[in-house]
Design a protein around this ligand. Structure first.
Ligand code: MRU
Length: 343
């Protein structure tokens, strides 16, 4: 277990660690309504594909507070479901978790109390599954990390981005806990600095040796220090293996290919979206101009300059060496082998 929880169901409310203010401040926020959960996801108080999914599941539980009589169940939960679905468009875990919750409420007939219990149980199950899944992913990825490895990582994929343990950072954590002598280079991950602020904070607490670099330094670092592997997370993996992840992942994959460094995507199977044929069909979230044009409230871009701020990009499957999941390591051809994971 980590020394913190990114997300926790406590006394009927959802308590989240505010990821906007880390590492300066360890501030917990209590969310008591579905509207507050949707806003927390949108504002990135809670972030990271698996954590977003779990938060949304509990958002549905909170929405049941608004139900005064049985006839309102479908209407209120449908509205809550739609509100949560509109919070962030790229991470498929959000939709996956909401689909699971919907299967519970859609055809339910019984009392509101019974429904609330069932929904709470389903959300708790999604939460617990996330921890176990991550630990299995970490074990599955172990052989890919040699002793003495120098690893490059992008964004934050640790306990903060999940319920606990993490995906790509989980593989890193497991290698360290197994006694391997590793060193991690962390892309700072502009514009919201999840690498510099969040991944460095997590690795620091875990005692894992690391160095923060600016995103543009990855080529130099590969050439100069001989990176052994790149590990990144994913927000949505299309049926052909094209992978949406934090902006800058695609650039990193190109640099890794040039330097012949294996490039691994680490994700639970809940991030695989067989209904999306390829990366071109993935909706890429665009966020506020101010994330790029300001640093800590100080304007760094002239007012009249245009800004483009996509939160994610798509790495083509051909640049991905393998995808590490809880069900095993998937290698190309992804179209065929991803499908096999689902039997
Ligand atoms: O915009 P964010 O911070 O939610 O983006 C997070 C990422 O891109 C992660 O790499 C991804 O969600 C996987 S987290 C296990």
């Amino acid at each position: 277990m980590s020394t913190f929880r990114s997300i926790e169901w406590k006394n009927g409310n959802l308590v989240v660690l505010d990821q906007r203010v880390l590492p300066q401040e360890k501030r917990y926020i209590e969310l008591s309504s579905v509207e507050q959960v949707a806003k927390a996801i949108k504002d990135m108080v809670v972030r990271g594909a698996p954590a977003i999914g779990v938060a949304a599941a509990y958002g549905i539980v909170l929405a049941t507070k608004q139900i005064a009589e049985n006839e309102q169940i479908k209407k209120i939960l449908k509205e809550a479901d739609q509100l949560l679905r509109s919070s962030r468009p790229t991470a498929v875990n959000l939709f996956w978790a909401l689909d699971r919750m919907k299967r519970v409420w859609e055809n339910f007939s019984g009392s509101v109390d019974e429904l609330r219990d069932l929904l709470e149980r389903e959300a708790a199950e999604i939460e617990m599954e996330d921890i176990n899944t991550n630990k299995q992913i970490a074990k599955n990825g172990a052989d890919l990390v040699p002793d003495g490895a120098r690893i490059l990582h992008h964004c934050n994929t640790g306990s903060l981005a999940t319920v606990d343990y993490g995906t790509a950072l989980g593989v890193i954590r497991f290698a360290h806990e197994s006694g391997k002598n590793i060193h991690v280079f962390l892309d700072e991950t502009r514009p919201r600095l999840q690498g510099a602020r969040l991944s460095a904070w997590e690795l620091d607490q875990l005692g894992i040796p690391h160095t923060v670099i600016v995103d543009g330094a990855s080529g130099l670092v590969m050439r100069k220090f001989g990176i052994n592997l790149v590990l990144v997370g994913a927000d949505r993996i299309a049926a052909n293996g094209d992978t949406a992840n934090k902006i800058g992942t695609y650039n990193l994959a190109i640099v890794a290919r040039y330097h012949k460094v294996p490039f691994y995507v680490v994700a639970p199977t809940s991030t695989i979206d067989l209904n999306t044929a390829n990366g071109d069909s993935i909706t890429i979230e665009e966020r506020n101009r101010s994330e790029v044009s300001e640093i800590s409230g100080v304007k760094i871009v002239p007012e009249k300059s245009e800004v483009f701020n996509p939160a994610f990009d798509v790495t083509p499957a051909e640049l991905i060496t393998a995808i590490i999941t809880e069900k095993g390591i998937v290698r190309p051809p992804y179209g065929e082998n991803l499908r096999k994971l689902f039997g």
